[in-house]
Design a protein around this ligand. Sequence first.
Ligand SMILES: O=C[C@H](O)COP(=O)(O)O
Length: 244
Amino acid sequence: MYFDIPKTTSYLKSVLSWLPSTTSSLAHSTRVFFLPDFVTLQESANTASGTDLIVGAQHTHQDDAGAFTGEVSPKVLAQAGAKILEMGHAERRRLYGETDKGVVTKAVGAARNGLTPLICVGEISKEGGVEKATEECWLQVKDVFSQLPKGSPVILAYEPVWAIGASQPATPSHVVAVTQALRQKCAAEVGWTGDELTILYGGSAGPGTFEKIKEGVDGLFLGRFAHDPEAFRRTVEEIGGAKE
Ligand SMILES: O=C[C@H](O)COP(=O)(O)O
C-alpha cells in the first residue's frame, strides 16, 4: 500500500519503457511480475497486455463467489487479468489473521482459476537459526501441496519476517541454507520440483541481493528497494545476467 493510483500508473509506464530492451539483453529467460493493489489491477493488466510483464494481486479470497462482503474472488482477479495471486504475506498473517489453513484454500482457489499461487513463508524470529526457520516455513506451506493438482506451478516467497522492512536482507548464508532445505523438502516430501516450483527471496531485497543468494533461489520478491523503477531494472538485469 505504498503506491497511490498516479504512482502505480507512472511506475508501470517506467517499467514498460525499459522492459523489452532489458529482457532481450538477458542471458537467461527471466519472468518479471508486478502485484499492484486491487483498484489498479485491471488497468495495470490492460496496460501490460502484450508485453512481458506479468500482473498479479497481493491478496485473494478463496471462493469464486458468495456472501463475503469486501473480499475479491480469484475468479474476478483472473477476469481482471491477474496471473499470480499472493497469499500468506507476514503482514496479512499478523494484522488480518491469515492462517496456514486459509493459505491452502486460497492456493486451491488460485489454481482452480488457472492462476499461480505465490505463497509467502518465513520465520518470525531470528533466533533458532536455519533448522528452526526451515521447520517453521515448511509447516506454513506443506499442506498446500496435497490439495493442489499434481504439477501445478507454485511460487514460494521465502521472507523471514524479521527481514521485511529492515535496512538490509537476511545474510546470504541463512537464505541459501533455508531455501535449499525447503527445495529439498518440496522434492522429497511432496514431489514438487523443476519448473513447477519457483523459490524467491524477499525481505529488504534489491540491487546486489540476488548474486549473493543465487545458489538457493530462482529470483527475488521485491518491496521498497524496487520502488525506484531504475533499481528494479538493475535487479532484473542482475537476475537474468548479461548475454555474452
Ligand atoms: O512484499 C514485499 C516484501 O514484504 C518485502 O518488503 P521489503 O523489501 O520492503 O522489506
